[in-house]
Design a protein around this ligand. Structure first.
Ligand SMILES: Cc1cc2nc3c(=O)[nH]c(=O)nc-3n(C[C@H](O)[C@H](O)[C@H](O)COP(=O)(O)OP(=O)(O)OC[C@H]3O[C@@H](n4cnc5c(N)ncnc54)[C@H](O)[C@@H]3O)c2cc1C
Length: 311
């Protein structure tokens, strides 16, 4: 549904605009180049006004917590829209019709998933526990169909709100998208970004839900290199197998290129040893992909997004 009836007012922008912004500060790999323009909108209407104000052909990149993203060392020649700390509303949704027994929660694109998981737990919902350990935003999770431990973002989506290049806001339903494992694409082919989502969850008992969150977080601490900059799983799991198992079977655990290393703790994680360039990380990604293909015949598909220009 198109919600922009009436003339388009190009109101004065109220957000924070910066130029030549180092993106290493905003991605969890803590590496990579700069963005020509960087905008933290004041709210959704300000976001729409910002998008309308940019040259029509300028590339636009939405960034949440940058936990699945690398900007190459030559930088991103375009505008980055930073939703974290910007689009932050979260509430129990009472106006949307939901199936009987389902509780609905509305969260803006910049809300961190761990925050949403705890909000749902404290307001009587269950089944969002898996979100507590995914260090991304609602917008990033909608774009990636993030998931783990049996949970997946779009299994809970009742509706989303999007914004396009012209600043037009729309309500969309899951049926408007092609959805799969770490795959989301708008069937109409339109270029739109997520502004918020309404998620449905079954009722849960707060104490039990919080205990399950603790249990899942402990599992992560035990199995993932959380004390080193990383971007989570680099590759999708191939059908019926695990990328980590394949990478380990090729003897790649601990292998390093410059400052990028295949984590000795979890083979599907590449960690920044402290001074990695985006080139080191991408070379490591390519090396793992090629080695696994040569030794096992399996073509690993990248889950992390790599954008921008080489230095
Ligand atoms: C330690 C660690 C553990 C992780 N564990 C998991 C896990 O268990 N399961 C899992 O699925 N992922 C996991 N991840 C990866 C990552 O957290 C998820 O993919 C997350 O959903 C990314 O969210 P983000 O806000 O950081 O997105 P970003 O990294 O900022 O962006 C990722 C992509 O989404 C796009 N995007 C961001 N916001 C929007 C928006 N509002 N509208 C449209 N597009 C947008 C970006 O342009 C980019 O293409 C992990 C990462 C780390 C570092």
């Amino acid at each position: 549904m198109d919600m922009s009836d009436g003339p388009r007012m190009n109101s004065e922008l109220r957000g924070l605009l910066r130029h030549d912004e180092p993106m290493a500060k905003h991605v969890s790999w803590r590496a990579g180049g700069r963005a020509s323009a960087f905008y933290q909108p004041a709210d959704v209407l300000d976001l729409a006004a910002f998008l309308r104000s940019r040259p029509a052909k300028e590339p636009v990149l939405f960034v949440g917590l940058g936990s699945n993203l690398l900007v190459r060392d030559g930088g991103f020649k375009g505008a980055v829209v930073f939703t974290h700390h910007a689009l932050i509303g979260i509430e129990v949704e009472s106006e949307i019709a939901t199936p009987r027994g389902t509780l609905a929660f509305r969260a803006s694109a910049g809300v961190p998933l761990p925050h949403l998981a705890r909000f749902i737990a404290k307001h009587g919902g269950g089944g969002a526990e898996w979100m507590a350990g995914v260090p991304g935003t609602v917008g990033g999770a909608l774009a990636m169909n993030a998931g783990c431990y049996g949970g997946e973002t779009w299994n809970h989506v009742i509706a989303v709100e999007t914004c396009d290049r012209s600043g037009t806001l729309r309500h969309r339903a899951p049926a408007d998208y092609e959805l799969g494992y770490r795959h989301v694409s708008l069937l109409s082919g339109n270029d739109e970004w997520f502004v918020s989502g309404v998620f449905g969850f079954a009722p849960g008992v707060e104490g039990e839900v919080l205990a399950r969150i603790r249990e899942l977080l402990e599992k992560r601490v035990a199995s993932q290199p959380l004390n080193q900059p990383n971007a989570g799983s680099v590759f999708r799991n191939p059908p019926g197998d695990h990328a980590a198992r394949l990478i380990e079977s090729c003897g790649l655990k601990g292998h390093a290129i410059g400052g990028a290393q295949v984590s000795p703790k979890h083979a599907n994680f590449i960690v920044n040893l402290g001074n990695a360039t985006a080139r080191d990380i991408e070379s490591m990604v390519d090396h793992v992909q090629l080695t696994v293909f040569e030794k096992t015949g399996v073509e690993l598909v990248r889950e992390v997004r790599i954008v921008g220009d080489d230095a």
